[in-house]
Design a protein around this ligand. Sequence first.
Ligand code: BGC
Length: 254
Amino acid sequence: MAGKTAFGVDVGGSGIKGAPVDLDTGGLLEDRFKILTPQPATPQAVVGVIAELLDHFKLGPDVPVGVSFPAPILGGVVAWMANLDQSWAGVDLVEAVRRGTGRRATAVNDADAAGYAEVAFGAAKDHPGSVAVMTLGTGIGVALITAGKLWPNAELGHLEIDGQDAETWAAASAKEREGLSYPRWARRLQRYLSEFDRLLAPDLIVIGGGISRKHDKFLPLLDLRPQIVPAALRNTAGIVGAAALAWQEAHPKG
Ligand code: BGC
């Protein structure tokens, strides 16, 4: 693999996906490969799947690897865990990947990876102002980016509103679990996003996650001050953002 290439892995609750990424375009160099998330998704089992993904693509030793993970990552360590196996809390993800694959990876929160990808290549490309990229899925992930710089691990999907963690009632999983129609779910999003705007006042909100494919069913129902648009990268954002951040870590000047 030549050119500006890195490998991105996206760890999610149902699947663990990977692909090599062309960082000049943000496109995948090969089809992504997905392996179902092992249950229970313990550190050992998940790292085993990451090793399988790397083997599948026969990566050269110098290709940087980025891992997008659904938790806050402080200095490579999983600070705490909302929706994946609780045994991850406190685990050094970078060290676990090194032991399981022999490689030094860059570990990053999944929403941060998606946010970085949207700003580098997608719906917020080159946006000069303040951008919040949200992934609506099992949980709510939030990336905050100002003038292209990421404020990592924002964790604002857990804003407490009316005494309850917002992601438990406003994530896409709540819509599915409670069988909510789009209009009923949109009322919850309206509540969450208005509070988010009141506290953070972003210029632009980008909505990602699988459900963003159906954005025409709920974005027009929202009445918000900031501009709000669907994500452009959809299901590759985690892979692309993790790869881009890994490349950046490996080449801090270029
Ligand atoms: C986690 C975040 C993550 C988000 C989306 C939340 O429950 O706390 O770290 O970004 O889900 O996966």
